[in-house]
Design a binder for this molecule. Sequence first.
Ligand code: 5GP
Ligand code: ZN
Length: 124
Amino acid sequence: MDCIFCKIIKGDIPSYTVYENEHVKCYLDINPNNVGHTLVIPKKHITDAIEMDSETIVHINNALKEVVSILDKTFKPDGYKFAVNYGICQEVKHYHLHIVPKYKNEPLISDIKEVYEKIIASKE
Ligand code: 5GP
Ligand code: ZN
């Protein structure tokens, strides 16, 4: 299947992975809205929110909590926007949850490699 996010799961396309388990992969958005903008995706190909099943959504929600905990530790944002696009709003047709940190004062980092390095450093 010609799905860009399935290729990321297989490792054919690199990603800055923040958190991963057997059900989900969470990685930095390549074109972030904010510092730490992360996507949570299921490892099985599910097209969108309407095709999502009740078992997988639990894994997505558990991963959301893991990612928030990691981002809280690294960047201490003041809040988050959690968003799932659909239809003409959804560019990539593999379900993904956007985790977008919100800041009163956003950290001055523009490069996602640097964002990733700070996340790794705060895990150590
Ligand atoms: P959508 O509009 O489908 O909800 O958003 C798709 C998101 O996927 C966009 O924010 C876009 O920047 C991100 N994206 C698209 N291609 C890639 C990619 O190859 N790698 C990563 N990390 N993010 C991607
Ligand atoms: Zn896919």
